[in-house]
Design a protein around this ligand. Structure first.
Ligand SMILES: *[C@@H]1O[C@H](CO)[C@@H](O)[C@H](O)[C@H]1NC(C)=O
Length: 194
């Protein structure tokens, strides 16, 4: 309770002061001990499961972790061996990024450009493995699509298949269809792409 003191001013109950002191002591202990407590690595940015890119663009795969002490980032293959730098084709940056620069078609290397990687964050306090990262590079090259004739009974639906060469099929998405007369079909009410 607050009471008017005969001499004016307010008298703060002793138990409130004691409580404030206790809170102050608790807060300072927490702050001090947080610096000492070690913490195993935790991902701040875990790489995606799939990274597809073309030889003309290259790719950067990001991996970041925190912990106390700050963990080191290394990249490993599925057999657990560490991956290193391949000049001009693969770099492991100190910040944890795995970099695939653009490359010429003749420099394609399967063990670099079609590989399962994972990011390992390691410190004396422990280590964590990221999910598998399936890296696939494709060399940009000319391709053509085909379509075969299909017949349907008048008034019924027909399905036309866009034939895409298998070496690019995984990377190609059909967006629209066109006729020789310049008509364009994009997915809508009476037309769809499956
Ligand atoms: C990627 O490959 C294509 C096809 O061989 C080539 O024309 C292009 O120059 C290459 N890109 C780079 C950055 O070398």
């Amino acid at each position: 309770m607050w009471r008017e003191h005969p001499g004016g001013g307010y008298k703060i109950p002793v138990n409130i002061i004691a409580m404030l002191l206790l809170v102050a002591v608790l807060v300072s202990t927490t702050v001090v001990s947080a610096e000492d407590v070690s913490m195993g690595p935790v991902f701040v940015k875990e790489p995606p499961n799939r990274v597809d890119f073309s030889n003309g663009t290259g790719a950067v795969v990001n991996c970041q972790a925190r912990g106390n002490p700050q963990p080191d980032i290394i990249w490993v293959r599925s057999d657990g061996t560490a991956v290193g730098e391949v000049p001009g084709l693969r770099q492991v940056l100190p910040n944890g990024n795995l970099v695939f620069p653009p490359f010429r078609a003749e420099d394609y290397r399967q063990e670099v450009h079609a590989q399962v990687y994972s990011c390992l964050a390691r410190s004396p306090a422990g280590s964590v493995h990221s999910r598998d990262v399936n890296v696939r590079a494709v060399v940009a090259q000319y391709y053509d699509t085909d379509v075969n004739k299909e017949y349907a009974i008048r008034g019924n639906s027909a399905i036309l298949k866009c034939v895409v060469p298998s070496f690019v099929a995984d990377f190609v998405k059909v967006l629209s269809w066109h006729t020789d007369q310049g008509e364009e079909f994009v997915p809508g009410d009476d037309f769809g792409i499956i």
